[in-house]
Design a protein around this ligand. Sequence first.
Ligand SMILES: [Zn+2]
Length: 216
Amino acid sequence: MMPADPKLIEAILLACLERNPVDFRKVDDAEVNKVQTAIKRATTERGAAFRYPVTRKHFLCGCLDFTEHLPEEHLIVAYGHRYGNTTDIERVHHVAGDQRRVVVPDYIRAEIRHHFHRSDAEVIVFHNHPRTGNEPEWFYTLKSLLQDLPIASNDDRKELQRHAFNAVGLFRQFFGQGQVLFYLGESGFVKEFRLPPLLPFLEQLNPLNIQQASKP
Ligand SMILES: [Zn+2]
């Protein structure tokens, strides 16, 4: 049976509204290998730098290949500059988490803030959801209905909201400038998520809450 957890329903609804997964059909294997090598080296506060910038698609493909069969969540953050429709990526940070979550360390938060200062600066935040094999049966049914597409959690979207839905983030989105972009790797796919959590808005619209709020 499927549980009626509002957070889960929210996650599915939003996953359905978002665009298709990243298309990795025309990637250059040498570039992807370069990315994987950098990810392995990027576990210190200094991170790892590329001699020549790599594009966003190659970076994301490297992230997927690196994390696909790992049993825990990994956070991989890339810093670069917007270049047409893509991002030229210059540096990368990598943190390993545990099975269900990965914490964003303070030095990465500071680096994102610092890097984001320039208007063409772009930050790509990738994390993966490992398949543990302990998921309930309904989860797989649900996933197959969604063609196995990645489903960002409520916490994932709260993190997105913190970065993308402030005045600076919205301004840059509107003017096509550099942004902080969020991607999730799951079940062999990488998908961008860009919608904030829905539940706070729905709670505000709930007539019971309005009644309670207007009580003296
Ligand atoms: Zn997540």
